[in-house]
Design a protein. Sequence first.
Length: 277
Amino acid sequence: MNPHDYCQDKAAKSGSSFYYSFMFLPAERRQAITALYAFCREVDDVVDECHDLSLAQTKLEWWRQEVGRVYGGTPTHPVGHALKDVIKGFRLPQEQLLEIIDGMAMDLSQTRYLDFKGLQLYCYRVASVVGLLAAEIFGYQDRQTLKYAHDLGLAFQLTNIIRDVGEDARRGRIYLPIEDLQRFEVPAKDLLEARYSDAFRELMAFQAERAEKFYDQAFAQLPAIDRKAQRPGLVMAAIYRTLLREIARDGFLVLDRRTSLTPLRKVWLAGTTWFRA
């Protein structure tokens, strides 16, 4: 299996909505974004699947060194080899790949966030930076597009946090800011014990409204000249925003289940969004 086939397999097996946004891209750009996505999956899997803190930190450090080897022309991992090919044709700053690893590392040392400002740093590293790198791969003429990519990444991560509240709590992580929990008088124990209440639903409606604002803010910043090039992001937004609204429509039942869209619905959203954009 060559490096790009490895990345393709990694992306396909994940079942992520991101995979659907790549379908209509030209081969070179599709290969590049798939390699970037595979990199994100590899470092994310370290945090989610490795339960030994010291071992997880060691593995993330190995990936930091692998990024250095990618830019030095001597990678050892299939994803590293794929990225080495990608950086020949696309401007992907080394420090941004390292920042993604730093974001994943935050999950090893921080399980709670005092306020939204603190959470924003985490979201920037694990999602907005990915958006900025993706914008480079998709192409743009107006640098304003980078502001769109930044805010759209933030909206995606806030949607993820809302969808995964219960699952994350069972893993010992609560991303909802402490100040928000206190404001709506929802104790962390309710999240851990999957206890629904009117206060919880109000808390989640507030989180959803915040995410919606970032979607609106992102779209307002996308220059018309770059709309066609950035269609993959618009496809992702259609899928993620539909998911967010479905969760809200169901009453934020996110403590004991994980809401998802069917593959057929994702394909439909991807196709209609792509050809309308």
